[in-house]
Design a protein around this ligand. Structure first.
Ligand SMILES: Cc1ncc(COP(=O)(O)O)c(C=O)c1O
Length: 427
């Protein structure tokens, strides 16, 4: 089929009638499907069930240093948990604090602490007239929700295939002392699945911020979430690069086992420089006596080491890969050449990012919803929920079954076609 833009008005009207008929048929099917959030499927959760068996009433709940994990204590995590999450985060265990069940919670705390108490002796952000964060777009809605909640002004920076546009990042960070942070998902990014290039990571490490309390919020949520054995993205280790660049305190790195074991019941951590760790611990010691050490032990005894994590991730990939491929094949078959949308084929992570014709994303998502398929809200991938081009839609293929996903994807492409035809007829 030729590009929709090249069709005459009559051709478009005829196409619209055909698509509307198919849409009405789809509506009559009474679907109830959800492609909105990046949740692992039931099948994926099942592969971690043996973790429930590694501890029982007869288990020795002492850690490798003899600490009784049933009791209070150990502010920054048990030794073996620091080693395991250290391997996952590619940093030495002494650069890690193990937290509770959610890395998003750690990020929230990190911003909250900067707001109320400042970073390493600097003025608390809440006392400043203006605090700004750079937000690579499209990005993760919950990052943007944190900065919005604290009244931090968000400045969009476009993503490129190599990561955020570093010319813009460098310019904004070095010229404006109100710019205090940037949100980054550097590997298999949410939603595009992009991994930052070596050059991007090095440029981050060499930033010369106007604000001494500027920090990079490096959310490595998808560090081990490859879809393929033979085609994996590689990300330079940022803490190491920052040290080499003479900028050791520039970055907070976050990670969790949420989409490895059980989301909401995993183990999260922060990795950062000794100066930052000391600063964080001043607050942490007031906030808690220590996080859930029993869960830390459970994770370590189940996974054992990084090889155990990689083996486990291969099981996730075996479930996820066919789902991603099914969506992408449908896009190729149904949409290639029509010039009404573009998408990225990720090699890992949890999402497929789809860019519709400008001004169509909201209409597509609404049409899907009216036919029983819930997508992530259009605009969610932009600060304040406002996509200036009304174009980006985040697709989360993990949760539905393969059959459900096939039905939902068929409906999605139908809605893309219909919304695009309607848009072209408006012109
Ligand atoms: C980029 C990113 N960071 C963090 C999270 C949430 O992590 P956690 O469950 O550890 O809070 C998600 C979940 O979708 C995510 O996509």
């Amino acid at each position: 089929m030729k590009p929709y833009r090249e069709m005459s008005r009559d051709e478009l009207l005829q196409l619209k009638a055909e698509l509307e008929k198919r849409y009405q048929e789809a509506q009559a099917e009474n679907l109830h499907l959800d492609m909105s959030r990046g949740k692992p499927s039931v099948e994926q959760l099942d592969i971690s069930m043996e973790m429930m068996d590694v501890l029982n009433s007869e288990a020795d709940l002492k850690d490798s240093e003899g600490v009784d994990c049933r009791n209070y204590g150990v502010l920054d995590g048990v030794k073996e948990a620091k080693e395991l999450l250290g391997q996952m985060s590619e940093v030495s265990p002494d650069k890690i604090i193990i937290y509770g069940n959610s890395s998003l919670n750690v990020m929230y705390d990190t911003v909250a602490r900067a707001m109320t108490h400042g970073i390493m002796g600097h003025t608390p952000w809440a006392k400043l007239d203006q605090v700004k964060f750079l937000c690579p777009v499209p990005g993760y809605d919950r990052h943007f929700a944190i900065t919005e909640y604290f009244g931090i002004e968000m400045i969009q920076v476009p993503m490129t295939p190599e990561g955020p546009d570093m010319d813009q990042v460098e310019k904004l960070v070095s010229s404006d002392p109100a710019v205090k942070g940037i949100w980054c998902v550097p590997k298999y990014s949410n939603p595009q699945g992009i991994t930052y290039s070596d050059e991007t990571v090095r440029r981050f490490a060499h930033l010369k911020p106007a604000a001494e309390d500027f920090r990079i919020f490096w959310d490595n949520a998808y560090c081990v979430h490859h879809l393929y054995e033979d085609q994996q993205d590689f990300l330079l280790e940022i803490l190491d690069e920052c040290e080499k660049a003479g900028n050791p305190d520039l970055v907070y790195k976050f990670c969790s086992t949420s989409k490895i074991s059980f989301p909401g019941s995993g183990v999260a951590c922060i990795a950062t420089s000794p100066n930052n760790l000391k600063d964080i611990k001043k607050q942490l010691t007031i906030q808690t006596i220590g996080h859930d050490k029993v869960n830390q032990l459970r994770h370590v005894r189940f996974f054992k080491d990084i090889d155990g994590i990689h083996a486990h991730m291969r099981k996730h990939a075996a479930i996820m890969r066919p789902k991603f491929e099914a969506v992408l094949e449908t896009f190729e078959r149904e949409l290639a050449g029509l010039e009404i949308g573009s998408w990225i084929r990720p090699r890992g992570g949890y999402f497929i990012s789809f860019d519709a014709m400008e001004g169509c994303a909201k209409a597509i998502v609404a049409k899907c919803k009216a036919a029983g398929v819930v997508m992530t809200g259009a605009g969610a991938t932009y600060p304040y929920g406002k996509d200036p081009k009304d174009s980006n839609i985040r697709i989360a293929p993990s949760f539905p079954t393969r059959e459900e996903l096939a039905t939902a994807t068929d409906l999605f492409v139908l809605c893309v076609k219909l919304a695009s035809v309607e848009k072209l007829l408006e012109a």
